[in-house]
Design a protein around this ligand. Structure first.
Ligand code: GAR
Length: 220
């Protein structure tokens, strides 16, 4: 039996209330676009995108968000102390009344203050089956290691790199014909499915976290 201190419950008191997403990205933005498409196609009925924030001025994902008419913000992080930059992000996300923060290719570590500002409310998608291959170029790491199964992980974010409780994973075989590029492309297809599925599960509020274990309740 786990102690109650190790249990965190989903926070959604009213499942009919839309969960407002704050998307953080640094580049291409294909994961963000997959989420936006699933919302548009009513495959994510419980959520809406409140704001898309980039830390990189020429991030393609930022332009794509503007083209979709979504609220956007740019806070260039280069050369700024992490804590100062993150205070701007926290204020922006709070200003847009964000319930869930979704890292979608946000290639910058978050400060402890940021993590504490959104406890169990920050999600990330990572292109490996964690805890294998955290950090940069995970697909290349997996390919070079010679693994036979690769994939992606949707997880909560805590103060350690690519480390928080795992919401779900999707696995694919590594083919003999693969190179690191083709492997990354096939993992990306899985990421686009996994991230929306993880967001839907968390947005339902029907879950609990026991230690490192994410447990979905039956009626989600
Ligand atoms: C994705 O593969 C995502 O998993 C990865 O960056 C890429 C962003 O692509 N994130 C990480 O490696 C985080 N540790 P996208 O901008 O097209 O979504």
């Amino acid at each position: 039996m786990k102690s109650s201190a190790s249990i965190a419950m989903g926070k959604t008191s009213n499942p009919n209330q839309l969960q407002r997403l704050g998307i953080l990205l640094s580049g291409r933005g294909s994961n963000f676009l997959a989420i936006a498409r699933n919302i548009r196609e009513n495959k994510l009925p419980n959520v809406e995108i409140a704001v898309v924030i980039s830390n990189v001025a020429d991030a393609a994902g930022l332009s794509a968000a503007k083209d979709l008419g979504l609220p956007t913000a740019l806070y260039v992080s280069k050369g700024r102390p992490r804590a100062d930059h993150d205070q701007d992000l926290i204020a922006c996300l709070r200003g847009h009344k964000v319930d869930l923060v979704c890292l979608a290719g946000y290639m910058r570590l978050l400060s402890p203050e940021f993590i504490a500002a959104f406890p169990n409310r920050i999600l990330n998608i990572h292109p490996s089956l964690l805890p294998a291959f955290p950090g940069l170029d995970a697909q290349q790491q997996a390919f070079d290691y010679g693994v036979k199964v690769a994939g992606c992980t949707a997880h909560f974010v805590d103060e350690h790199l690519d480390h928080g409780a795992i919401i779900l994973q999707r696995a694919i075989p590594v083919l003999e014909s693969d190179d690191a590029h083709s492997l990354a492309s096939r993992i990306l297809v899985e990421e686009h499915i996994a991230y929306s599925e993880a967001i839907a599960r968390v947005a339902s509020g029907e879950y609990e976290i026991q230690g490192r274990r994410y447990l979905q309740r039956a009626n989600a």
